[in-house]
Design a protein around this ligand. Structure first.
Ligand code: FAD
Length: 577
């Protein structure tokens, strides 16, 4: 007989009780020992997240919501339990915690993003050193991403067909497992040690990227009760998103969705409107999948069971609802295989090298890139800033970027529109810069999906039809002739006639005055004539002209055909070509 287990369950991006293989494993360790086993459900407040990652207030709020909801659910199962939020980096906290609480086992759900993997490898080593047994399970994806890669011949999954084939070799997506009915008690939660201040951890910047100091507080919070922090306490700005987090909300949303059998069974992504809001045209479950407040397998099987029983003609992957989840697994597989290089062009064998707004004229004779500027960098920097701030003068782009900033979510085709526009379909700015803005503002930010989709849209990986660009005028009109979406998010144009809503600069000045908004300037000024009129900028460039320049640039870059791991990219000599 072994001594009773003393288990830490480490919650991260699996903030739920339903269908959690890792939590279930933790509980099965405790079960044979009945009341002598103890379970500590903890969250380590990682300085990487607090200081280093780009996390805007909307995603912070979503995370805190999800933690609070989880904590309440733990208490419902056992009044002595709650989520124990501890503020210290896992890499320095765990060795102390193992000793202090006499821990025998550490359990968690595996993570596959670059930072998560490195952090977990380190924690596993520390546990081994302390004689603590580590038990991990996958639970974040339909199939274990490492297994997917293995069955794909050890290669990153770059298409849905590859995912389907590799998935079939692994076997059916596992059915969701049961929600736990009870929890063991926690042990003593005394912390007789000091916090390792985040500043002492190499590589952590004490200030977030927005330059604001964050209060890191005390190990177990200001009241010493391990409570979930508030936004005020963390020194965060107020969230502006209407979308809230937590497993309870996620499961309610899923139930609501599944009531609409026709919608679920016949869902076709390309037919859903990016301009729909309140309600949006797709499920908006992505932030819940990110934080694990919804299990992806729960979502998958609830959908598949409806599809299997459906009397009419159901849609199929890749456009169907389960097809969307396959895309998610595809990007996780690509990320798992490429690990650290996945998020960048540099040293990435799968990512095409495009000399974004840098020399890229081609030499007629040699077919190689020469040193003439496609767009000079200062101009491109302005394009980037105006794109980010939603003042490009293209109302559809600006509406999407403003929705993204204020609400933290935009429709997939809206993401297509703005990502194509910033990169190879307008501004010719590096996709990595756009991905950084998304990383900060999205409530569903998922490294694998964000990076992968930016590569897709910029035609640097996954997709190569760079001559197919979205027009910021025609694409908006296709979905929303009246311009309701633009009027909602660019309210200075709300009274414009629909004839001009996507191209307000074409409206006669008399009409502009009648509708209360003058089209001039670069968007930095919002009022004209002493507040008599509002102002909205003219388009920052001629789109048709820019599209042609971009296509020519892409053509040249493709013909040279460098990838991120090419010697000439790594040592910078591509400039001399
Ligand atoms: P639904 O259409 O209802 O789909 C259901 C689920 O399938 C989604 O919740 C999501 O988990 C998954 N899914 C759908 N489409 C994709 C896709 N193309 N790639 C991967 N998973 C998909 N998705 C993220 O979850 N996080 C990101 O950071 C992210 N960044 C993106 C960046 C760009 C430039 C683009 C073009 C797309 C990005 N996506 C990202 C993918 C997709 O836009 C969102 O998953 C989707 O819009 C979320 O809304 P939904 O839950 O209503 O999707």
């Amino acid at each position: 007989a072994t001594s009773s287990p003393r288990v830490i369950y480490w919650f991260r991006t699996d903030l739920r009780l339903h269908d959690s293989p890792a939590l279930s494993t933790a509980l099965s360790l405790c079960k044979p020992h009945k009341s002598s086993a103890v379970l500590y459900p903890i969250w380590t407040w990682d300085p990487h997240y607090v200081y280093h990652a780009r996390v805007g207030p909307n995603r912070w709020q979503f995370l805190l919501d999800s933690q609070s909801d989880l904590s309440a659910s733990l208490t419902k199962l056992n009044p002595k339990q709650k989520l124990l939020v501890i503020r210290e980096a896992p890499q320095t906290l765990f060795p102390k915690l193992f000793r202090e609480w006499g821990i025998t086992h550490l359990c968690f759900e595996r993570d596959s993003d670059a930072y998560g993997k490195g952090r977990d490898d380190e924690v596993v080593k520390l546990a081994e050193k302390a004689g603590v047994e580590v038990v991990t399970e996958y639970g974040r994806t339909l199939w274990d991403s490492d297994a997917l890669v293995r069955e794909n011949g050890g290669k990153p999954t770059m298409s849905i067909t590859q995912v389907e084939k590799a998935g079939a070799k692994i076997g059916d997506v596992p059915r969701p497992i049961e929600v736990p009915k009870s929890l063991p008690d926690p042990g003593d939660t005394k912390l007789g040690f000091q916090m390792e201040k985040p500043g002492k951890i190499p590589d952590f910047n004490e200030k977030q990227r927005d330059g604001e100091d964050r209060s890191y507080g005390e190990l177990s919070g200001p009241k010493g009760d391990f409570a979930v922090p508030t936004m005020e306490e963390l020194g965060m700005k107020k969230a502006t998103t209407p979308h809230r987090g937590g497993e309870t909300i996620a499961l309610e949303m899923l139930d609501e969705l599944m009531k609409d059998v026709d919608y679920v069974a016949t869902f076709e992504k390309p037919k859903t409107a990016p301009t729909a809001f309140e309600p949006q045209a797709t499920t908006l479950l992505s932030p819940h999948l990110h934080f694990g407040t919804l299990s992806v397998r729960e979502f998958y099987w609830r959908t598949q069971d409806i599809v299997d029983k459906y009397k009419g003609t159901a849609s199929k992957p890749p456009t169907s609802l389960t097809g969307q989840l396959l895309f998610r697994d595809m990007y996780f597989g690509a990320q798992a295989s490429l690990a650290y290089a996945f998020g960048q062009t540099y040293n990435n064998p799968q990512c095409r090298f495009i000399p974004w707004h840098l020399p890229s004229e081609i030499d007629e004779k040699t077919g190689l890139v020469t040193g003439k500027y496609l767009v000079d960098s200062a101009e491109a920097e302005q394009y980037f800033i105006r794109w980010r701030e939603g003042r490009t003068g293209f109302p559809f782009i600006d509406a999407l970027m403003r929705q993204l900033k204020s609400e933290g979510w935009i429709h997939h085709l809206g993401r297509h529109m703005v990502a194509c526009f910033l990169t190879r379909g307008g501004c010719y700015v590096d996709w990595e810069r756009g991905a950084e803005v998304f990383e900060e503002w999205l409530i569903d930010h998922e490294a694998a999906c964000n990076i992968g989709n930016w590569q897709w849209l910029s035609c640097t990986a996954f997709y190569a039809q760079f001559y197919r660009c979205y027009s910021p005028v025609a694409f908006g009109q296709k979905w929303d002739k009246e311009g309701k979406f633009v009027r909602r998010f660019v309210p200075e144009l709300k009274d414009f006639d629909k004839k001009y809503i996507y191209e307000p600069h074409k409206a006669p000045v008399a009409d502009q005055k009648k509708w209360g908004c003058l089209i001039k300037g670069d968007g930095t000024e919002t009022e004209a004539d002493g507040g008599k009129f509002q102002m909205y900028p003219k388009p920052m460039f001629d789109f048709a002209e820019r599209r042609e320049i971009c296509i020519q640039g892409m053509k040249r870059a493709y013909s040279v055909g460098l990838y991120g791991n090419d010697e000439r990219v790594l040592n910078g000599t591509w400039r001399e070509l």
